[in-house]
Structure formats: C-alpha cells, structure tokens
Design a protein around this ligand. Structure first.
Ligand code: AKG
Ligand code: FE2
Length: 354
C-alpha cells in the first residue's frame, strides 16, 4: 500500500473530533500507515494497544480525486444488479474532467482505522443513498430514520450512547437500527439516513454514494435546498440526461434505418439496458414536470430576488428535459433540445417502450 499510494494526501480525524467539522488534518498515506499501521495490526492481533497519542482515523478519503489512487481503484468494483440498485447516474458526473475516474463515480470513499475509531451520528446531505462495505474488519452501524433526527432525537441533542428519556421523551419513538457489517456484506442506506459507525476491529471500508431513479427526487430537492455545496447536482443531471439521450437517440436512428430500408438494415435488438435508459429519461421528465408545477405555484408567493435565482434552475430544467420554447443559455442545450423533441415523436409512435 505504501508503494502504491504512499505519497497521496488523505484526510484524518482524531479520537475526540468535532462532529460539525471532523477533518482534523490531511497527511500522507505513508505517514498515516507508519503512525497507525502498528496500532492497526496490533489491534488486529487483539493485543492491548496503549496509544499515547489519540488514534487517527483515515476519514472519508475521496480517492477518485487523487491521481494515482484514482487510476488504481476506480472501476474496480462490480455494480450491484439493477434489481437491488438501479443503474447509477453519478458515473456521468465528471466526464473527462477527472481522467482517473475513467467514467466511474467520483463520490467513492475509503475509511481506515483501528478498533474503536468512529464517526459520530450524522447524515450526508445531497439526497444520495450510501453503501458501506468493509473490506477488512467489522463495523458497527447505528441508523436512525431520516425523519426522526429533528423531532425524536431533538436535532441530535439526544445521545444514542446515553438514552435519557426524562430529558428526551420522544426518543422512544425514533426508528433506530443497529447492525454489524463484515467483509462480503454491504449496508445500503436510503438517502438522508442518520448513521453512526464504529470500527469493532481494525477496519478498512469502502463507502459509495448512489443515485438512481428511486432517489432522484431527493437529489433534486437537495439541489433546490442547496444543502450540499460539494455536489454539483446540476452537472450530474445534465450529463446523465445528455448521455442517455445520446444513447437512446443512436438506437432510434438504427430503428429508423430498419423501418425505412428493412432489406438493407437489420432490426436493432431492444436491450434491457435501453429500456432502462428510456425509463430513466421518462422519470426525469415526470419529476421535472412536478417540480416546475410546484415551483410555478410557489413562485407567485416568493419575492422577486429569489425568483430571479430560481428561474435559472427552472429554465435549466425546462430546456434540458422538455425542450420548452424558452430562451436558453446553457451549454449544449440546442442539441439536446432537438434530440428530446425527436425522441418524443418517436416514442409517440407506439414503439412499445414509450
Ligand atoms: O465508516 C465510517 O466511519 C463512516 C461512514 C460514513 O459516514 C459514510 O460512508 O457516509
Ligand atoms: Fe456518512
């Protein structure tokens, strides 16, 4: 590991970190392993570790952004089958901007720490699902339903370690799950789930954010709320829609050729993947319609400053997904507009997947 990714800088937290701002420092992987490697293997061998220094926890290292690690580790995992998680849309997030991602999602992370290192109760904004998979070691995860943090946990003032029903009576109503994940298992958390994770043994684990048509509403809501600055929602949706429209339109062209010259061109087979892509586009379209309708109503009640900001989003959504006849100013908009229009006509002809 030192040879492979030793020079990369990684974020670390110390034992008693501030949960609002957990990252204490960034250090080289080499330094982390030299400082904590012994602690890691000592606790792996169940030896008693008497750490004079607070334990360091390599915390949420977004390795696809690092050149060497990204090149080595991106596209190395097999996506879960689509009956478990829908086709991931985050892979469209960066395009060629981060070459080492190689078409993979940039929102992938590594955690590594000795027994007892932990992440306090929190939730990750952005409307994304999260999967957690230990590669080495065991992790205890306590999950709280996304709707219960504010009321039942009193905005997280109520502590899971010391349940005090006198001070926090609604805690008895909170939906809380506790589980331990081990290598070979994957914990899937729906968007917005509060989670607290503690390494029961030395643990190296892999976390990955996920977006598909199931949580896209939450994703769009997060875009509107502006609650996750680190995620470029607009680009994700733009790139996903653009790429999917491209793929579907290529297929449409093949179908057209066959319809017009059946002797010359073979019928293009309709793959499950293509059906999935059309469903994804349709889902984007329906959700955006709802958003636009809701916002148009809300718009009447908002002040003009907010309106100005919001109209940009609406404009973007309209142009990208419905090809409405409004002036536009975004990147490749005219091309996508044209394609969406053509796609709609094609779907209307009873293709069987409209
Ligand atoms: O494994 C951990 O310590 C925390 C994991 C986490 O918070 C996440 O993946 O979002
Ligand atoms: Fe998290």
């Amino acid at each position: 590991m030192i040879d492979d990714i030793g020079p990369e800088m990684v974020p670390v937290v110390k034992r008693d970190y501030n949960k609002e701002n957990p990252i204490d420092d960034t250090i080289k992987v080499r330094t982390f392993l030299q400082t904590c490697g012994a602690e890691f293997s000592a606790s792996a061998a169940s030896a008693t570790v008497t750490a004079a220094e607070p334990k360091l926890y390599l915390h949420q290292w977004q390795f696809p952004l690092a050149e060497t690690a990204g090149n080595k580790l991106c596209r190395q995992n097999m996506p879960l089958p689509n009956d478990i998680l829908g086709e991931g849309l985050l892979k469209y997030m960066v395009g060629d901007d981060i070459p080492q991602c190689q078409g993979d999602s940039p929102l992938q992370y590594l955690f590594m720490g000795a027994e007892g290192t932990m992440s306090k109760l929190h939730r990750d904004n952005g409307g994304l699902d999260i999967s957690i998979a230990p590669i080495v070691g065991e992790k205890e995860c306590i999950l709280v339903h996304r709707s219960d943090g504010a009321d039942c946990l009193y905005n997280l003032d109520a502590k899971l370690e010391s349940i005090d029903l006198q001070s926090f009576p609604l805690m008895s109503q909170a939906r809380i799950w506790q589980t331990t994940v081990r290598p070979g298992e994957i914990l899937l958390m729906p968007h917005g789930t509060y989670h607290q994770c503690r390494n029961l043994t030395p643990c190296l684990s892999y976390s990955r954010f996920h977006l598909d048509t199931v949580n896209i509403r939450a994703f769009l809501q997060s875009m509107i709320d502006g609650d996750a600055e680190e995620i470029d929602h607009e680009t994700v949706i733009w790139n996903a829609a653009d790429e999917i429209v491209d793929n579907v339109y290529d297929y449409v062209k093949q179908v057209r050729k066959h319809v017009q010259h059946p002797k010359k061109y073979n019928k293009a087979p309709l793959s499950a993947n293509m059906i999935h892509m059309v469903k994804t586009l349709r889902c984007l379209r329906h959700i955006c319609r709802k958003l636009i309708a809701a916002e148009t109503r809300r718009r009447l009640r908002r002040d003009s400053l907010f309106l100005l900001e919001y109209q940009e989003v609406l404009l973007w959504v309209r142009v990208h997904h419905f090809g409405c006849h409004v002036p536009y100013r975004t990147r490749k908009t005219p091309v996508v507009w044209e394609r969406l229009t053509q796609l709609r006509h094609w779907q209307g002809r009873g293709s069987g997947i409209s």
